[in-house]
Design a protein around this ligand. Structure first.
Ligand code: NDP
Ligand code: GDR
Length: 360
C-alpha cells in the first residue's frame, strides 16, 4: 500500500486530494496545525477513530514554520508521495502578513524538501509543489504556459516564486522526483469564504433569503481562468505518476471577469443584476431597484493581477488531462450549496434551531 503525506490537508485541495488518494487505496497522512477551534470541517467525513485497528487516514500535528515537526512527521510516515499544499494562500492577506507568508510558503517548502534530503528519502519520496498562476502576475504573454516569464505581484506570489525555484533546484541538484503544478484558480463549494467566488455565492445566497443586505466587492474587472478543485487534484496525483518529474500548467483555457461570475451566480438563483455607475461608484441593483452589489475600494489590491488565462496543452498532450467540470456547472454547484447553508441559517434565525436538519 502506497503512503501519501499531504501538508494543508484541512484546506480546499487537501480535502479533495485526501478523498481521491483514499479511493485509490493509499494510506493517507495529513498535517494539520493546532488551532483553538476545530479546523477539520472539510475532512471530518474521512476521520477514523484512532482506536480502529487498521487506519487509512491519519492526522499529525505540525506546522510549515516548524522544521522539527516536519522532520519528525516525514521520518515517522516514510511517505512515497508528498503533496505540499499548505500555505498562507490569500493574496490580499499576504500584503498584511508578508513575513509570515514568506515563512510558511517559501521557507516552509524548503523545510519539507530538506526533511526529505536529511532523511535520505531523495530516491523514495516523490514531491509535488502547489505552484500558482499568480507567478505570472503582470502578464508577459497571453495565454500563459510553462515557458512564460514570471512577474509576481504580491508577497504571496514572491514567496511562491521561491518555492517554485527551490523545487526545481532540488530536482536538479539531488535528483529528486520533485515537480511544480502551476495551477490556475480552482474553486468549489469548499472554497474559503473570503476568496472572491465563494464570497459571491455565499453573499448572494444570503441576500436572496434576506440574511444580508449587500455584497461588497473590489475589482469587478479582474479576469480569471476558473476551474473546479476536484478536477485539479486529479492532476496533482497524475503529475507524480510519470516516469520523470516535470512542471505543468493546469488551467481550463477559458476566462471570465468577476462581474460575469456575479451575473451568472445571481441568475442561478433568480436574481438579475442591473449595473449602474463606474469604478468605485459602481453598484448592482436587483429587479426591485434594491442595491445588492457595491464596489468597496478596501478590497482593491495594491498591485493587482488583472488578467490570467492558462494554456494547459502540455498537460493535455503528455498526461491526457482535461478538466471535466465546466464553469457553469461549478457556479451552479457553489451557489446551490450556499443556498442550502443560507436556508439552514434562516431557520436557525427564525426558530432558534435547525429545523432543516429534521427534514433532510
Ligand atoms: P487553502 O487556503 O484552502 O488551504 C491551505 C492549507 O494550508 C490549510 O490546510 C491551512 O490550514 C494550511 N496551512 C496554512 N498555513 C499553514 C502552516 N503554517 N502550517 C501548516 N499548515 C498551514 O488553500 P487551497 O486548498 O485553495 O490551495 C492549496 C495550495 O495550492 C496552496 O498552497 C495554494 O497557495 C495553492 N494554490 C491554490 C490555488 C487555488 O486556486 N485554490 C491555485 C494555485 C495554487 P488551516 O485549515 O488550519 O488554515
Ligand atoms: P486570487 O483569488 O487572488 O486570484 O488567488 P481571489 O479569489 O482572492 O481574487 C480573484 C480576483 O478577484 C478580485 N476581487 C476580489 N477578491 C477577493 N478575495 N475579495 C473581493 O471582495 C474581491 N473583489 C474583487 C481580486 O482583486 C482578484 O483579482 C487565488 C488563491 O487561491 C491563491 O492561493 C492562488 O495561488 C491563486 O488563486 C491562483
Amino acid at each position: 500500500m502506497k503512503k501519501a503525506l499531504i501538508t494543508g490537508v484541512t484546506g480546499q485541495d487537501g480535502a479533495y486530494l485526501a478523498e481521491l488518494l483514499l479511493s485509490k487505496g493509499y494510506e493517507v497522512h495529513g498535517i494539520k496545525r493546532r488551532t483553538s477551534l476545530f479546523n477539520t470541517d472539510r475532512i471530518d467525513h474521512l476521520y477514523q477513530d484512532p482506536h480502529e485497528k487498521r487506519r487509512h487516514f491519519i492526522l499529525h500535528h505540525g506546522d510549515m514554520t516548524d522544521s522539527s515537526s516536519l522532520l519528525r512527521i516525514v521520518q515517522q510516515v516514510q511517505p512515497d508521495e508528498i503533496y505540499n499544499l499548505a500555505a498562507q494562500s490569500h493574496v490580499a492577506v499576504s500584503f498584511e502578513e508578508p513575513e509570515y507568508t514568506a515563512n510558511s510558503d517559501a521557507l516552509g517548502t524548503l523545510r519539507v524538501l530538506e526533511a526529505i534530503r536529511i532523511l535520505g528519502l531523495e530516491k523514495k519520496a516523490r514531491f509535488y509543489q502547489a505552484s500558482t498562476s499568480e507567478l505570472y502576475g503582470l502578464v508577459q504573454e497571453i495565454p500563459q504556459r510553462e515557458t512564460t516569464p514570471f512577474y509576481p505581484r504580491s508577497p504571496y506570489a514572491v514567496a511562491k516564486l521561491y518555492a517554485y525555484w527551490i523545487t526545481v533546484n532540488y530536482r536538479e541538484a539531488y535528483g529528486m522526483y520533485a515537480c511544480n503544478g502551476v495551477l490556475f484558480n480552482h474553486e468549489s463549494p469548499n472554497r474559503g469564504e473570503t476568496f472572491v467566488t465563494r464570497k459571491i455565492t455565499r453573499g448572494l445566497a444570503r441576500i436572496k433569503l434576506g440574511l444580508q443586505d449587500c455584497l461588497y466587492l473590489g475589482n469587478l474587472d479582474a479576469k480569471r481562468d476558473w476551474g473546479h478543485a476536484k478536477d485539479y487534484v486529479e492532476m496533482q496525483w497524475m503529475m507524480l505518476q510519470q516516469d520523470a518529474p516535470e512542471d505543468f500548467v493546469i488551467a481550463t483555457g477559458i476566462q471570465y471577469s468577476v462581474r460575469e461570475f456575479v451575473e451568472l451566480a445571481a441568475k442561478e438563483i433568480g436574481l438579475s443584476i442591473d449595473w449602474k455607475g463606474r469604478d468605485v461608484n459602481e453598484r448592482g441593483y436587483d429587479a426591485t431597484g434594491k442595491c445588492v452589489v457595491a464596489v468597496d475600494p478596501r478590497y482593491f489590491r495594491l498591485t493587482e493581477v488583472e488578467s490570467l488565462l492558462g494554456d494547459a496543452s502540455k498537460a493535455q498532450r503528455k498526461l491526457g488531462w482535461k478538466p471535466k467540470i465546466s464553469f457553469q456547472e461549478l457556479v451552479k454547484e457553489m451557489i446551490g450549496q450556499d443556498l442550502k447553508a443560507a436556508q439552514r441559517d434562516e431557520l436557525i434565525k427564525l426558530h432558534g434551531f435547525s429545523a432543516f436538519d429534521y427534514h433532510e
